[in-house]
Design a binder for this molecule. Sequence first.
Ligand code: ZN
Length: 157
Amino acid sequence: MSNLEDLYREIILDHYRSPRNRGELPSPPAHKVEGFNPLCGDEVTLYLDVHDGVLSDIKLTGHGCSISQSSSSLMSAAVKGKPLNDVNATIETFKQLMTGHESALTTEEEADEEVDLRTLGELAALQGVVKFPVRIKCATLAWNALRQGLDEIANQN
Ligand code: ZN
């Protein structure tokens, strides 16, 4: 178990130190959406390019704690270039991870065997966050911004 926690910590630190998809896209045409977590002072700005039902590109800027920034980096890597159906499914799965697994995590061996942790790939590194409720808003910040941005894009059409 400690090895797995070490691995998760490594993944989070790696994405914090070397954030993926950092930067901006020209907006417009890219859709810009901002998220702010006043509890922690975390900020994230997403730039989303959607073409033909695919999230063809995503860039982000922001600052804040390691959880918020690594979560946004992990998110961008997980959804970039994916069809919106897959992106929506990943958002839902991640939100479940942040809300639905609180009881499961009291028996950690069982939680680690959940199938959806494997489908999450590196995102599973953030599952430990649910043990620290104050951190959940840090972890979900970029995801809520992504959800909002995609909804705004859908409403434009
Ligand atoms: Zn934070």
